[in-house]
Design a protein around this ligand. Structure first.
Ligand code: GTP
Ligand code: MG
Length: 318
């Protein structure tokens, strides 16, 4: 491994460790209480542990799977001391996630033969779509790729302005129209412009209002259909952004969106400053769609390619 890569990954790890601080403090203080006065992992401790996991936003179904694994282990090993619980939890959660169907994460690599590679970003309002697009554009540009942004969230003038701010910050071109214009038309223009400019990556921002879910989903379908008139089989990626700080709500949004429209990847934002980071474990376990990115801050560098093992490692590092 080159020195550069090493420095980068150490930094990445530190940011992740720091981002997960609140989640960890909360989780381990509850875990401490769950085993207080107990030397052995027994039914009481397992009951308490179940509560700790559920209240840490891991989700009921994933919690039950984890408890079942630990029960089996306790039955097998006869005596398991509570001081071992931490290590066991870590192993069993890593084991559980290794069984998920998700492909190994290819993160920021752009598949061959897809030029421009088109990513459509969806999600309800305020989850961090525009910010994630800015951070992604930065990462792709850093790799030497030519990026074009499309402001297809035409619902509010501010939405277009915000994307413009990111385009300026990253120094990449943006295609936009006035507020209220047809998002599909913006997407069409963006792809056409990207083709003309011989761009490598196109990222399309979309509106996320759910007050009329049917309309929103119809709109997304229309945007996709129009894109295909310019570049076939696009978008290549539909990235659903979820706000990790909303815990179980993020779960619900993932369920609703994946039912209503085709989603190919997930990004979970705002893991810094929340105690609900356990939701990443539940979402990784419950959805067949891979979590590709996590947001660990508001800065341009604060988007990480998600790696479930690194995540578990950070989570359990005291
Ligand atoms: N702490 C933190 N804040 C984030 C992160 N990602 C986004 N935010 C903040 O969340 C707020 C909303 O982000 P936006 O990117 O505007 O969200 P959006 O989904 O585009 O919102 P709408 O355009 O209103 O639908 C902003 O203040 C961002 O700075 C993150 O990973 N960590
Ligand atoms: Mg936005």
């Amino acid at each position: 491994m080159s020195l550069f890569k090493k420095i980068f990954s150490t930094q990445k790890k530190e940011t992740l460790d720091k981002g997960l601080e609140k989640t960890k403090t909360n989780f381990f203080s509850k875990l401490g209480k769950a085993v207080a006065g107990k030397s052995k992992v027994d039914d009481d401790v397992l009951d308490n542990l179940e509560e700790v996991l559920v209240t840490s936003d891991v989700g009921v179904d994933t919690t039950l799977k984890i408890i079942t694994r630990i029960e089996a282990r306790v039955a097998r090993d006869k005596y398991v001391g509570t001081e071992e619980l931490n290590g066991i939890l870590r192993e069993e959660i890593a084991g559980l996630l290794s069984e998920t169907d998700q492909n190994e994460n290819v993160g920021l690599s752009v598949p061959e033969g897809k030029k421009p590679y088109v990513i459509m970003v969806v999600g309800v309002n305020g989850v961090g779509k525009t910010t994630t697009i800015g951070k992604l554009a930065y990462q792709y540009k850093k790799q030497g790729l030519k990026v074009v942004l499309g402001a297809a969230d035409t619902f509010r003038a501010a939405a277009i302005d915000q994307l413009q701010v990111w385009a300026d910050r990253v120094d990449v071109p943006i295609v936009k129209q006035q507020m209220g214009s047809d998002p599909a038309s913006v997407a069409f223009d963006t792809l056409s412009s990207a083709v003309t400019q011989n761009a490598d990556v196109v990222i399309i921002d979309t509106a996320g209002r759910l007050h009329n879910k049917v309309n929103l989903m119809n709109e997304l379908t229309k945007v996709k259909r129009v894109m295909q008139k310019v570049v076939e089989n696009t978008p290549h990626e539909v990235l659903l952004v979820l706000d990790g700080s909303t815990g179980q709500n993020a779960f619900e949004q993932a369920k609703q969106f994946t039912k209503a429209t085709e989603v190919t990847a997930l990004a979970i934002t705002k893991l810094d400053g929340t105690a609900k980071g356990g939701v990443v474990i539940g979402i990784s376990d419950q959805f067949k769609i891979p979590v590709k990115f996590i947001g660990v801050g508001e800065g341009i560098e604060d988007l990480q390619v998600f790696n479930k093992y690194e995540f578990v490692d950070s989570f359990f590092k005291l």
